[in-house]
Design a protein around this ligand. Structure first.
Ligand SMILES: NC(=O)c1ccc[n+]([C@@H]2O[C@H](COP(=O)([O-])OP(=O)(O)OC[C@H]3O[C@@H](n4cnc5c(N)ncnc54)[C@H](OP(=O)(O)O)[C@@H]3O)[C@@H](O)[C@H]2O)c1
Length: 198
């Protein structure tokens, strides 16, 4: 797939590197473009099929507004973002990022996933834990299928992928940010998975 990764921080560079190694063509969108594969946000999106918003949760809508409806069109948008307080204490409450993005860009096919674990677990889920879960939320079935395929490329087994349903369910996983950070503080370590066992 042709993938635009917006944001070149920990999540963006980790997902981008792994997806490139799996044969995908990745272009990065950045506030500081340089070179052939690190472009401005809109240019990165222009030639891709799927956009990953590896951006601070509070900045996702603003960056997408600058890119604009026309450029985003009906592309798939994989949103792994989280909104956290300056104290890194609690997740955002109220309407989540993914719901607000989907409402603002109704043609764009938003899928929320990968927002409930550390970036290292995102691309190597079973390296340090025996089982791991990743949640998927979105209204468009084909978009969720494409994203689930990418999760497989990242190393997620089918049994660990939980389709929660429509985009409204994304807010539940965004609010799990509070639990995630409380657990990081308690364990002093981010190498764990919030996992559904049954
Ligand atoms: N780190 C994790 O383990 C983890 C786990 C789950 C979810 N998340 C979520 O994933 C997202 C990315 O996390 P991260 O750890 O990669 O963060 P990060 O290391 O801080 O990187 C975020 C990137 O977003 C861009 N950016 C920063 N401020 C911006 C602004 N005001 N406007 C536009 N772009 C901006 C920057 O890229 P450029 O300089 O290239 O523009 C920056 O490198 C966040 O929403 C985070 O909460 C992170």
């Amino acid at each position: 797939m042709n993938i635009a990764v917006l944001g070149t921080g920990k999540v963006g560079s980790t997902l981008g590197a792994r997806l490139t190694s799996r044969g995908h063509r990745v272009l990065y969108g950045s506030r500081t473009p340089r070179g052939a594969d690190r472009l401005d946000h809109r240019s990165a999106v222009a030639s891709c099929d799927l956009v990953i918003t590896a951006l601070p949760g509070d900045d996702v809508l603003g960056v997408l507004e600058e890119i604009g409806d026309e450029a985003l069109g009906d592309k798939i948008l994989l949103d792994p973002s989280a909104t956290i307080t300056p104290q890194i204490a609690t997740g955002h409450t109220g309407d989540g990022v993914a719901v607000r993005v989907q409402e603002r860009f109704p043609r764009t096919r938003v899928v929320k996933t990968l927002n409930t674990m550390n970036f290292a677990i995102m691309v190597d889920p079973l390296a340090s834990v025996p089982a791991a879960s990743v949640f998927v939320s979105g209204d468009d079935i084909a978009a969720k299928k494409a994203v689930t395929g990418l999760l497989g490329d990242l190393g997620w087994p089918d049994t660990g992928i939980i389709d929660l349903g429509g985009i409204g369910t994304a807010t539940a996983t965004e609010q799990a940010g509070s639990l995630y950070f409380a657990t990081v503080r308690a364990l002093g370590d981010a190498r764990f998975s919030l996992t559904v066992s049954r």
